[in-house]
Design a protein around this ligand. Structure first.
Ligand SMILES: [Zn+2]
Length: 183
């Protein structure tokens, strides 16, 4: 069987670092890519990144469940380049402890792929955590931060997070309301 043409290419993004850009039209509901990387315990993820610069906003850790984190910094694939957006065109779906990125609407060629990271807050976050994790997705409803929940003082007061697509087969992808995690 011929391999299908790739859905996206990775190149520099105005939003953050590098991003993933659609190479062709991607229909709503398409499973675009699996989020791959080494599967480690939360404890191991903590150990790996405890010395990370707190001002470094790059994160490649995805929470699968209470036991497992995927570290895309090790054996990760191009899924790790998909950026955060407050109004994303993709969502993450967890099935049998594997994480997939799926389109929540039809995406046109050239559009940057994104999902909502909903990074959790930590009690020891520096006061400028929202600046470090600033979102530049440019959407009118941008909450200005990749962190969740938003600070009450945020200028753009967002609506509560609502999954773009609800189907019974899809478990909510996030333990405690988050998917990506910082360490
Ligand atoms: Zn935003």
């Amino acid at each position: 069987m011929a391999r299908p043409a790739p859905y996206f290419a990775v190149r520099r993004s105005r939003v953050h670092g590098r991003g993933a850009f659609a190479l062709r039209r991607i229909r709503k509901g398409t499973r675009i890519i699996e989020y791959l990387g080494e599967r480690v315990s939360h404890q191991e993820a903590d150990r790996r990144y405890e010395d990370r610069d707190p001002r470094d906003s790059h994160t490649f850790l995805f929470i699968v469940d209470a036991r497992t984190v995927i570290d895309a910094g090790v054996h990760g694939n191009a899924a790790r380049f998909i950026n955060h957006s407050c109004n994303p065109n993709c969502e993450t779906v967890i099935e049998a402890k594997r994480v997939y990125i799926e389109a929540v609407r039809t995406i046109q060629p050239g559009e940057e792929l994104s999902y909502d990271y909903q990074l959790g807050r930590a009690p020891d976050d520096p006061p400028d955590a929202d600046e470090i994790y600033a979102c530049r997705c440019g959407h009118p409803e941008c909450r200005g931060s990749m962190l969740w929940p938003p600070r009450k003082s945020a200028r753009n007061v967002p609506q509560p997070a609502k999954p773009a697509v609800k189907t019974k087969r899809r478990a909510p992808p996030r333990g405690r309301g988050q998917s990506m995690t910082r360490r």
